[in-house]
Design a protein around this ligand. Structure first.
Ligand code: BGC
Length: 751
């Protein structure tokens, strides 16, 4: 360069130019690949294009070798990279290096209320996906937990859209920053397993937008989620895999999604519906998006341009995600120490102290003999639950964690206490059935096991009862019949309490359980979740007081199932089983069904969402129903002092700040929560809604200023008349607290 003085000017100019050319949003960055993508499409035959629209194997869809386009490899999440299956099914491929890290399941992650940990979790999943040569992670699973009995509550995050959305966004970014695409699932309104393949979820537009779609919207718009899995169910009449409103109008139209949509496995239903209304890849099989597409183009029913558009959407992702070379993939064990540490960090911050009467926890230094009672203390939870399971490299159970932490100075004795429910059996019966597996979920306590446990409890300084459910009870493919503790656990726990009042209960489950019998007799209760590879380590750390518990409930524990909204309103279970009276009469009288004539018409299962926005705590608060444990609840071993809150209204957000002090004797985290209510609003709102939160780490005695923001965008509502988002300005009551039922301060602002 002749004149060096011009160099910085030139550099600045180039930077400005580059910034102007760089697409602003993550979805626009995907679309920026179009010139390369279109050059490839121009070289493809119709057959090659159509081959990309359906599965190649159970977990892949085709690329085109001659053009250097690699196949797309999928892996199940959402809480660990699933064991490698045989090409055409889910049976184990029998590999040696595919043991993965088992991360805490969805509701456990959500109980951390930590965006940072959600990002780290995504990073861990992304790292292990790449080690296995996978391009697309089938997760995170981000449907709203509508029903306490939901079979996949444990996979999902929360009953609240703001919490779910914040975690979905960070999980998505974590995975994609490692060079793997997420496939957020199950889009949308897949809140029950009962009739999941056919049920029509009937939900009003405002509720759909504000509650059920929120987590998906943030993951797509802000997180740049590259692929989406359509759910099995129907929404307002149409299957999700061919739902114009969901896939074309909202996802692609309103949110600007540029990637591709995969059907849930077996969830494609027609050629024309899928092609016209937004699906890209049929998983699995080619019955609809294989030869019939080619035939439909031949007849003029479909155009090749439409196929090109679908291929373009797939190829954008294929080019954005660098394929892992075959000689690099699967050369190392999937589970990596750094990912195991992430799993442990999440587990440590997820455990919720529900109750701690008399400061029974942490365990006193004087404890010399611990009785650990309950099969959930030794049960491994990495697999089961049908699809989402992990072949974990290792799993520390609660008993192992307690034994290791106790060391030689403290005696730890174990008794199973109850039998476990075996669930459905796949394949032939085991030659050697486990005698500790009960025949029925509601079987009363086993007298022998009970007596053994009580005897042990009597001799111990403290009893740790480890109960809850298992993955045969909470599982994909079916919802629980109720939320009762199974296999006589209530009877057992009452007997244990009589034998030894120093009783700590640890609940190992993914969803809520009915604690009406257990709570009065158990002075200390922890919700311990299905907490991954290091779950037992984290549990022991909390029990022994190495760390303070800091998880908060991501969903409400109803006192009884019937109190929860969908049950209270008779929306679930589906009561529309009764056929319409006139239809029945007509069939009998006119068509001679009485004489054994026509078979009954197949019934369309429906799920009505007439509770609208009143999901979870929104219902309990608005209707004044007291839950067993409220949304956001979770105690610590220390106290936190909430200083006076200052609130102000900026141009785009309501801002709150306040000093928070850890007044206790140990380091601890607090999850602060900011709710709003809207006095005098014309639009109808729940009594209160979560709008911001933060996890704050404080050393003993430390004070920090906490700042929270509520963007105006999060205060909008979906105006059905305008068919768009709208903001009703007015008064806002800010409710700052430690849980939805523990509001410490209020302030009012106008915005
Ligand atoms: C589940 C999905 C899963 C897929 C592939 C389906 O049954 O609903 O969540 O990703 O199977 O295993």
């Amino acid at each position: 360069m002749k004149n060096p003085r011009f160099f910085p000017v030139l550099l600045a100019g180039v930077a400005v130019l580059l910034a102007a050319c760089t697409p602003k949003t993550p979805q626009a960055r995907l679309a920026a690949l179009d010139p390369k993508v279109d050059a490839l499409i121009a070289q493809m035959t119709l057959e090659e294009k159509v081959a990309m629209l359906h599965s190649k194997t159970n977990m892949s869809s085709a690329g085109i070798e001659r053009l250097g386009i690699a196949d797309v490899h999928y892996a199940d999440g959402p809480f660990g990279i699933r064991e490698e299956g045989v090409p055409n099914g889910f049976q184990s491929a029998g590999w040696q290096l595919d043991s993965a890290t088992y991360f805490p399941t969805g509701s456990a992650l959500a109980a951390t209320w930590s965006e940072e940990l959600a990002y780290a979790y995504g990073t861990g999943m992304g790292i292990e996906a790449r080690l296995r040569g996978k391009d697309v992670l089938l997760g995170p699973a981000i449907n709203i937990q509508r029903l306490p009995v939901g079979g996949r509550t444990y996979e999902y995050l929360s009953e609240d859209p703001i919490l779910s959305a914040a975690l979905s966004l960070n999980y998505t970014k974590g995975v994609q920053d490692q060079g793997t695409a997420v496939c957020i699932k199950h889009f949308a309104v897949n809140n029950q397993e009962t009739n999941r393949g056919s049920v029509d979820a009937q939900v009003d537009e405002r509720t759909l937008r504000e509650i059920y779609l929120k987590p998906f919207e943030r993951a797509v718009v802000e997180g740049g989620a590259m692929s989406v899995m359509s759910a099995y169910n129907k929404v307002n009449g149409d299957y999700c895999s061919e739902n114009e409103h969901l896939l074309n109008e909202i996802l692609r139209g309103d949110w600007g999604f540029k990637g591709f949509v995969v059907s849930d496995w077996g969830g494609t239903h027609s050629t024309m519906g899928a092609m016209l209304h937004g699906l890209n890849v049929q998983m699995t099989g080619s019955r609809y998006l294989g030869q019939p597409v080619i035939d439909s183009i031949a007849t003029g029913a479909l155009t090749e341009q439409l196929v090109d558009e679908k291929v373009r959407q797939i190829l954008r992702v294929r080019l954005a995600v660098e394929a892992v070379p075959d000689d690099v993939a699967n050369t190392k064990m999937t589970s990596q120490p750094e990912c195991q540490q992430i799993a442990r960090a999440v587990a440590e911050k997820s455990i919720v102290l529900l109750k701690n009467e008399g400061g029974l926890l942490p365990l006193s230094k004087d404890v010399k003999k611990i009785a650990v009672i309950g099969q959930n203390a030794v049960l491994k939870t990495q697999s089961g639950g049908v699809g989402a399971g992990v072949k974990a490299l290792y799993e520390i159970t609660p008993l192992m964690g307690i034994q290791r932490r106790a060391g030689d100075a403290v005696e730890v004795a174990y008794a199973p206490g109850y039998k476990n429910f075996p669930g459905r059996r796949w394949g032939p019966a085991a030659a050697d059935p486990d005698p500790l597996v009960a025949a029925a979920i509601d079987e009363p306590a086993d007298p022998e096991l009970l007596a053994e446990a009580v005897a042990l409890a009597r001799e111990a300084d403290v009893v740790i009862f480890v109960g809850g459910t298992n993955k045969s009870i909470e599982t994909e493919g079916s919802d629980r019949a109720d939320i009762d503790l199974p296999t006589g656990q209530n009877e057992l726990v009452k007997a244990l309490a009589e034998a030894n009042p120093k009783l700590v209960t640890v609940l190992i489950s993914g969803g809520p359980t009915d604690l009406r019998e257990l709570e009065p007799v158990s002075p200390a209760i922890l919700q311990g979740w299905w907490n991954g590879t290091e779950g037992g380590t984290a549990l022991a750390e909390v029990l022994f007081g190495d760390i303070a518990p800091s998880g908060k409930l991501p969903f409400t524990f109803p006192a009884k199932l019937e109190d929860s909204p969908a049950f209270a309103l008779g929306n679930f279970p589906d009561r529309s089983r009764e056929e319409d009276l006139f239809t029945r009469q007509y069939r009998n009288e006119m068509l001679g069904a009485a004489a054994g004539g026509l078979p009954a018409a197949p019934r369309q299962p429906v799920s009505q969402y007439t509770e609208g926005q009143l999901v979870g705590y929104r219902w309990f608060d608005t209707k004044g129903v007291k839950p067993m444990y409220a949304f956001g609840h979770g105690l610590s071993y220390v106290d936190f002092e909430y200083g006076t809150m200052k609130a102000s209204v900026g141009r785009k957000a309501v801002k709150v700040s306040f000093p928070l002090t850890n007044t206790g004797a140990m380091d601890a985290d607090e999850v602060v929560q900011l709710y709003v209510s809207r006095p005098g609003a014309k639009v109808e709102w729940p009594a209160k809604e979560l709008k911001a939160f933060a996890r704050v780490s404080l050393k003993s005695g430390e004070q920090k200023t906490v700042r929270l923001e509520i963007p105006f965008d999060d205060l909008r509502y979906w105006n059905v008349d305008k068919n768009g988002w709208d903001l009703e300005h007015g008064r806002l009551t800010l409710l700052l607290g430690a849980a939805s039922d523990d509001i410490r301060q209020q302030a009012e602002v106008s915005f």
